[in-house]
Design a protein around this ligand. Structure first.
Ligand code: ADP
Ligand code: MG
Length: 755
């Protein structure tokens, strides 16, 4: 009996030591995270056998108040008025709003909704919603379910917690959300709860935009009016032009346990420390490789959720970096595409948690491997079904194509700085201007065929007009392959890809509305100028086609500096771009400066997309976000270094010193050079870390006393960031030598090459 007890207690004791002292001395946080993955049930790694038999078409859009639901739940007159209002953008009457609200309530209740929410896109870049119940009480105490027209049209969320750039304090403290009928209402399912979501814009009491959507909607209608005028030169039947967007969302996926064991990922969305794994993406074996089953299960789940919400996601694949993926939909009208991307980013986070995974939308979660972007494919379509940037097969359409093509190039040439500002934020600074695709210099890539054609036109003499026209006729005969070739140069931030332009510099976490607003606005302004230039020539007696060609020829010559077909990453391009007069803003504060200049005030003012007050507020909000993010990063880094890294380093340092001391005591001085070198390296790095942290602390202190956001941003950008990098270099070097068991942070190889 006693013996048995002894055996048991030994067993018990060793079991305890195993649990409390994992793998000898290994860091508990890291060990726990890694063993959590090992202990996850198979269901997290493999798809269940439940095969989904339903076709996508049978549930696509079932959670959207689309055409079918509208027809079923609205009286015919209301249905037709709503459709007309969506098309024309005209206001709806209060009575009609009541009828539509009732239809929305009936529809959503039939699907189990108990609440409704105004869903909006404040300048935080994320989405926001305030939930209200349909349930209410009458004055005599009866409980009823109600959704009135006024609740549909306008709400007053507590706006004070959203960024306004000081706009509200100068006017009114309150913020209002106002229904945007052009984007369909939808049902958001979170767990068992279902909420009717109404897409809205978010404005101040005075009607000033304090979100991404209102400027976007304004820019759409501005572009529509300008583009229709130009289209009518070619086809009087065109009465509406709609800008289109197809985004390509890149992202990383990591296991939830590993994510939680990295305070930097939790707090900032990126790793502030971490030595690149010896294998990263150099074998190029991840791109388009087979998708791991666990990720595949997540993707399928995400797709099903997306399809129910009418988000037409279609492609999925691995990206270049390990654990990096991409999802892309079929393109849509811009404001719907923007809503869908915002919704998708939301869904990704939620669906990932179900699979015990975390999605990283940050532009640069890991050093040493590719970051994530969000290519924005942009074009314009007419009510007659024409894609204005598609060369097409009919020669008669070529001059129209060329007109829109050349005007886009000209628009980018003139407004490159404003476009650059629209993609500037703390996360994207790690890509733009930081030796990664694409560079911070905005240029346009158009491919060999179009370069040749524009060259012919630009160099054509007056007497060669017939030849130029012949060249234009050739557009329709260009083999598709040649146009497809345009996609080969992946280094350009802005590329023509056969029937659309692809803006590749947009960050993965960004709201597409920012850059898309700029695209629409610059194109609208440019087309108005084009129309006026052509009209002037026609008034002087030039024939229309001739006039168009003359103006285009002039634009091609002027815009030439923005066209670049070479390697955008090369140093030669930096020099060349400078000679061409193109700007290279490598960081956010610098890139945002244009927003306070006359150029931007005119740009947004003339198009009525943002007035001077809105623009200034927008600039302040962007600067504030930058400063806040960097401040959080710096503080997180300091905490990580002080409370995670250095204790482990000191332990190892003591061990090395003890070892050296012990060997010396045995008169083995000749045998300790290895240990001594390591110890020296540990001490050197520790000294560098201390120096860096001291400098960061000092500058943060100074920054907190700055009155001016721009100055604060400058300090963080140029005086804090470089020291954060220096601290990181030293810590990453230590990671390579300190005993692996002590290292407290989950390593890159563990995050990126999960078991
Ligand atoms: P790939 O580039 O892989 O050959 P596509 O050219 O079909 O594929 O499309 C890439 C992206 O461009 C997709 O997101 C797609 O929706 C989008 N896209 C295609 N045509 C247009 C268009 N006319 N306007 C906006 N986006 C478009
Ligand atoms: Mg692409």
């Amino acid at each position: 009996m006693a013996n048995q007890y002894k055996i048991l207690s030994v067993f018990y004791f060793s079991f305890l030591t195993f649990v409390t002292q994992p793998l000898n001395n290994m860091s508990v946080t890291r060990f726990n995270a890694l063993s959590t993955i090992d202990n996850r049930p198979d269901s997290y790694f493999f798809e269940s056998d439940e095969v989904q038999n339903e076709t996508i078409a049978s549930y696509f859009g079932e959670n959207v108040f689309g055409d079918e639901a509208m027809k079923k739940y609205l009286p015919e007159e209301a249905y037709l008025s709503l459709k007309a209002a969506i098309q024309s953008g005209e206001k709806l009457s209060r009575d009609l709003a009541d009828v539509i609200a009732n239809g929305l309530k009936e529809w959503s209740q039939s699907k189990g909704c108990t609440h409704f929410a105004h869903w909006f896109q404040p300048l935080t870049g994320k989405t926001a919603e305030k939930h209200d119940s349909f349930f209410t009480m009458t004055h005599d105490g009866r409980v009823i379910e109600e959704f009135s027209g006024s609740a549909l049209v306008q709400q007053e969320p507590d706006g004070s917690s959203f960024p306004s750039g000081g706009m509200r304090s100068t006017f009114e403290a309150r913020g209002y959300t106002v229904w945007d009928p052009s984007s369909p209402a939808f049902i958001m399912e979170v767990g068992e709860g279902k909420t009717l979501c109404i897409p809205t814009i978010f404005v101040t009491y005075g009607g000033e935009a304090q979100d991404y959507k209102l400027p976007l909607l304004r820019s759409q209608s501005f572009l529509d009016k300008a583009a229709v005028q130009v289209c009518q030169l070619f086809d009087p039947k065109v009465t509406k032009v709609t800008a289109t967007l197809g985004w390509e969302q890149e992202y990383f996926v990591v296991d939830e346990a590993l994510f939680n064991a990295r305070p930097d990922l939790v707090m900032t969305g990126r790793t502030l420390l971490g030595r690149p794994a010896s294998k990263h993406q150099q074998l190029e074996d991840h791109y388009f490789g087979s998708i791991p089953e666990r990720i595949y299960a997540f993707m399928r789940d995400l797709e099903t959720e997306s399809h129910k919400l009418g988000i037409p996601v279609r492609t999925r694949h691995n990206e270049v970096a390990p654990s990096q993926y991409e999802v892309a939909p079929i393109f849509e009208e811009i404001n719907v595409a923007v809503d869908h991307n915002q919704l998708l980013m939301d869904l990704m986070e939620r669906v990932a948690r179900r699979h015990k995974l975390r999605v990283l939308l940050h532009e640069k979660p890991f050093a040493g491997i590719n970051g994530s972007g969000k290519h924005n494919n942009w074009s314009m379509g007419t009510n007659t079904g024409l894609n204005l940037l598609s060369p097409g097969k009919e020669p008669s359409k070529n001059l129209s194509f060329l007109t829109f093509f050349v005007n886009t190039v000209m628009a980018v040439y003139k407004n490159a700085d404003i476009l650059r500002a629209s993609i500037a934020h703390a996360g994207n600074d790690h890509r733009l201007g930081a030796n990664e695709a694409p560079p911070a210099i905005i240029s346009v890539f158009i491919g060999e065929a179009m370069t040749k054609l524009l060259g012919q036109i630009a160099n054509g003499k007056k007497t060669d007009d017939a030849a130029v026209k012949r060249a234009i006729d050739l557009i329709s005969k260009l083999p598709n392959l040649e146009l497809d070739n345009t996609d080969r140069n992946r280094t350009s931030p802005f590329a023509f890809t056969g029937n659309k332009f692809e803006i590749r510099a947009v960050g993965s976490s960004q709201n597409c509305a920012g850059p898309m607003t700029v695209m629409n606005t610059m194109m609208g302004l440019q087309l108005l100028e084009f129309k006026s230039d052509v009209d002037k020539l026609i008034a002087k007696g030039t024939e229309q086609e001739e006039a168009i060609l003359m103006v285009l020829k002039n634009y091609i010559r002027k815009a030439k500096p923005i066209l670049f077909e070479g390697n955008n990453y090369s140093d030669e391009w930096k020099t060349e771009a400078k000679n061409r007069g193109l700007n290279n803003f490598t960081n956010t504060p610098e890139a945002l400066d244009v927003l306070s200049k006359k150029q931007a005030v005119d740009f947004y003012g003339k198009s009525w997309v943002m007035n001077a007050i809105e623009l200034d507020a927008f600039h302040q909000v962007q600067l504030h976000a930058y400063v806040t993010k960097l401040d959080i990063e710096a503080k997180t880094l300091i905490e990580l270094v002080n409370s995670y890294i250095m204790p482990a380093v000191f332990r190892y340092q003591t061990e090395l010193a003890d070892n050296i001391g012990a060997l010396k005591a045995l008169d083995l001085d000749g045998e300790i050079s290895y240990q001594k070198d390591l110890l020296k390296r540990v001490l050197k790095n520790s000294a560098e870390i201390k120096e860096g942290i001291d400098k960061i602390n000092k500058t943060l202190e100074k920054a907190h006393h700055c009155e001016n956001l721009r100055e604060e941003a400058e300090l963080l950008c140029n005086k804090v960031k470089p020291h954060m990098d220096a601290v990181r270099d030293a810590v990453d070097d230590l990671e390579g030598i300190v005993d692996d068991q002590y290292w407290p942070l989950v390593k890159y190889r563990e995050l990126l090459f999960p078991r």
